[in-house]
Design a protein around this ligand. Structure first.
Ligand code: FAD
Ligand code: SF4
Length: 508
């Protein structure tokens, strides 16, 4: 073979991938690799492994059907070396290409490996930028340079201007950048969220499910009920289903949580976006069209577009700007091991049971559950950043480090000391009670901060504020809780802190 070996990683399943630009089907070969190293660097939820492997096999099949030569290494192939580098070496030895072309990976650890390919292979290796985002890394770096603070809201406005999404001329559609004030409702009585579209496993997925059950059945998470989109066609159907049935109320209930409601009005599109089955531009454009055609209100559409054009692009830019040092930050010196309840151990807390239980069933929890329940608990309890990051990276079907790490490290547990969020997202039980109905059926009393049935979020919250009072002293956004702490009866504070110490000791 004198052509080019084109490497496509498991989360790069887009026809428009830069590694495939200029593909010559007569001479080139596309390489896809299912390797154990990628399946076990954290104990991934079985649905996540099945999703990636099935989507890879479908992508290979569609390339092959289009007449492209594909070398697809299967996890159970006898000669599989188990690593990406090992498989690229094996492919080069077998095919003798003139060069290797790849696209930037999504994770720092893989980029480190790939940086050594040229030397290991003795061949020219071209690693191209990943063009499947709305903001290039160079653009983000330029935006960030010289700024004291990297706030998402300002980045988002620049992105609205740069893309023209939801803009009327040079003004934001509807005269405002942000409609968040309308988007903080609790689920109203009688409102029944329409279930998201799920997809019946075909022969390829069924075969993968059996393989994953055999090899990874012991990992945390259930495999039954797998229904994620595994092809672009399915992902587009999932997008259309969201736009028609859930987008109109997405904004109103974006922050809501409800007992027995796993998905509410959320999109469930992150798995498809992160694999490359959908592109962010097409998703935002579909939402904007729904608004312009009068099918969804602006507060919903703007709120949704902000998640993708704003948050998703922002966290990716921040990850690549700050790695590798970012992962090692631990601004609050948190060092507690991850409590067993995160892996399905017993807990009397209804909100944690709901968030972790559905994570185990579906490999999915929506943003507020991740941020304000499991994330908030870890923040307040002082769980070590490495432990909680590993958990988030393992248990969600959409988890890749470029998006998981900033969300967990920066947003949920404030390990980066404010690079991402101007203050920690710390909250007592009152927040969870306001946004959900979990407290109604909980063994704990959300109004109590001490005593046998006190809500752990209450005493942990005040213990957290007191523990870090000095650190937060210079932060104007923490002035209110610190004032309340100062005014608090010392006996009450001591009782809450005692309660916190006893509770935290039981977690070990
Ligand atoms: P929706 O709520 O319907 O939002 C629409 C889309 O916006 C999502 O599909 C997603 O692509 C994007 N989006 C929304 N919020 C964010 C965000 N904060 N950062 C990046 N993109 C966002 N998202 C991941 O894709 N992978 C992760 O590993 C991940 N880990 C997270 C860990 C923590 C602690 C927190 C607080 C959030 C995390 N998120 C992660 C962000 C967010 O929770 C998920 O993107 C979202 O829940 C996916 O479900 P959905 O498609 O129904 O999203
Ligand atoms: Fe969660 Fe506390 Fe409410 Fe129970 S009472 S559901 S622990 S916030």
């Amino acid at each position: 073979m004198s052509g080019v070996l084109r490497v496509v990683l498991g989360d790069q399943l887009s026809e428009s991938l830069s590694a495939l630009d200029g593909l010559d089907p007569a001479r080139d070969t596309v390489l896809l690799m299912e390797v154990m190293g990628e399946c076990e660097y954290v104990p991934h939820h079985p649905q996540k492994i099945a999703l990636v492997l099935s989507a890879m096999r479908h992508f290979s099949a569609s390339l092959a059907a289009a007449g492209v030569a594909v070398r697809h290494v299967r996890l159970d192939d006898a000669d599989n070396t188990g690593t990406l580098t090992g498989e690229v070496l094996r492919a080069v030895a077998a095919l003798r290409p003139a060069a290797v072309v790849a696209t930037d990976p999504g994770e720092w650890r893989v980029a480190q490996d790939m940086a050594g390919w040229e030397k290991a292979l003795g061949l020219p290796v071209e690693i191209r930028p990943d063009g499947r985002f709305l903001c290039s890394l160079a653009w983000f770096r330029q935006w960030a340079s010289g700024r004291r603070q990297l706030r998402m809201e300002f980045f988002y406005r620049e992105m609205r201007r740069a893309t023209g999404l939801l803009m009327d001329g040079d003004q934001p559609a509807g005269g405002q950048w942000n409609f968040d004030a309308q988007n903080r409702q609790r689920l109203a009585k009688g409102v029944v969220p329409p279930p998201p579209r799920r997809f019946t496993p075909d022969a390829i997925t069924t075969e993968v499910l059996a393989l994953v059950a055999e090899r990874f059945g012991h990992n945390f998470g259930r495999l039954d009920g797998f229904g994620w989109p595994v092809t672009t066609v399915e992902a587009k159907a999932a997008l259309a289903d969201f736009i028609t049935h859930r987008l109109p109320l997405f904004g109103d209930y974006q922050d809501a949580m409800a007992e027995g409601q796993d998905t509410l009005f959320h999109a469930l599109l992150s798995t498809s976006l992160n694999l490359g089955l959908l592109l962010p531009g097409e998703v935002c454009a579909a939402a904007e069209t729904a608004w312009r055609e009068g099918q969804a209100p602006l507060n919903a559409v703007e709120g949704f577009v902000r998640q993708i054009l704003g948050w998703r692009e922002y966290v990716r830019g921040l990850y690549w700007l700050k790695m590798p040092g970012y992962a090692g930050l631990n601004a609050l010196a948190a060092d507690r091991p991850l409590p067993a309840m995160y892996w399905g151990g017993p807990t009397s807390m209804a909100c944690m049971t709901a968030a972790i239980g559905q994570t185990e069933r579906l490999a999915y929890a929506h943003h507020i559950q991740r941020l304000m329940v499991t994330g908030n608990f870890s923040l307040l309890a002082g769980v070590a950043p490495a432990e909680i990051n590993r958990w988030y990276l393992a248990v969600y079907a959409d988890a890749y480090e470029w998006v998981e790490l900033p969300n967990t490290h920066g947003m949920a547990i404030w390990a980066d000391g404010g690079i991402m969020a101007s203050k920690p997202y710390a909250a007592s039980g009152a927040y969870i009670n306001r946004m959900s109905d979990h407290c109604r059926g909980c063994w704990h009393d959300v109004k109590a901060a001490t005593g046998p049935r006190a809500c752990p979020f209450n005493f942990l919250y005040w213990d957290f504020i007191a523990r870090h009072a000095e650190k937060f002293g210079g932060n104007p956004r923490m002035a209110m809780p610190l004032n309340n702490l100062r005014k608090m009866d010392p006996g009450k504070l001591a009782a809450m802190r005692g309660e916190a110490a006893r509770f935290l000791a039981t977690l070990a």
